[in-house]
Design a protein around this ligand. Sequence first.
Ligand code: EPS
Length: 404
Amino acid sequence: MGRLRVSTAGESHGPAEVCIIEGLPAGITVTTGGIRRDLERRRRGYGRGGRMAIETDSVRILAGVRHALTLGTPVALLIENRDHVSWRPAMQPEKPDFHHRWHVVTVPRPGHADLSGMAKYDHRDARNVLERASARETVTRVAAGAIARELLGVLGITIAGRVVAVGGVADCTAADFLRPDSVNWQAVEESPVGCADGEAEERMIAAVDAARENGESLGGVFEIWAWGLVPGVGGYSTVEDRMDARLMGALGSIPAIKGVEVGLGFAAAGLPGSAVHDAILRSEDLAGEVRLVRDSNQAGGLEGGMTNGNPLILRAAMKPIPTLARPLPSVDVATMAAVSAHKERSDVMAVPAARVVGEAVVALELASAYLEKFGGDSLDDLKASLTAYEDRLEKRGLWCRFSR
Ligand code: EPS
């Protein structure tokens, strides 16, 4: 991450999750109500476990905001873990009294960080690993992402995510990558699985019910769109400039993500070049003004490490949740006896929540790249610099505001 730096801390059943966001300009509207919308969307979703009924995910703004506007100084956010009260003394930061007892986790769960984390830090209790490795951490990134989304909104950029597959059941509706309105985003928001295809939604829900019944878990695929972007954000000069790498890395940093695609993605590898690349076409309006257009967006809005002005289309594959009600074989590392893996309460499927996290990390990465390119310590400075750039692109016929 470049100009925006986000640091998070917190154990899943510890007192709270916290984050500090550095690099935001002054003048962005920030309210707890605005952040709450995305936190609520992350908390919901068919397939979540009992934990989400305990947490309210209320955010406290601790620093960097005055009278609902950022000050240009670091912003600090805190989200309490309400479940912490049930986890004292096992998770209290203070030394527990000698008579307190809790279960020490010595049987690592396959697919989780448990085993490698125990090896790395020489921990004897996998709880020292799994509490931080938990996807609970994503609550803070969604809160930070809500601020980045607000900033991008002022610049005319919209970010939306949808679930396109759960447990092998795929959304079969066609979407035009050049036209964000080809997706029914309202249906996505109203769907318990975040999917616009009603028929697929029913089968996804049935698949989650069957998985829960069988002590199983499911994964899936979500897609993130961002539109209203100008061309030329990111770069091709250095590894750090390349937006493909930055966005793939951002999505890959979400727990359980095992694959990321841009635009046509893996399908492009099996097609000839002429069927993959988006031709650059000439368009002349009635006044004789010539500008460049595309009639496809298989590149998913990125060419040569930069945005090209078309909608950004990213897809991420989430593996099934590794905590299983019917656990896989493992080994008790205290005794080296073969046993079944440790069981914890967990979600059965969390792809709808992961898509909200996906929106947040993409928003943070895009906001950072815009701030790097257009600079500014205040939102007005940033807007003025972006407007001058847009004017220049339009004058040369390379891009048009209307094409957003
Ligand atoms: C998680 C296990 C579950 C999830 C949790 C991630 O929590 P618990 O062990 O308390 O039941 O609900 O997700 C969240 C708490 C959250 O806020 O998303 C895991 O092991 O990663």
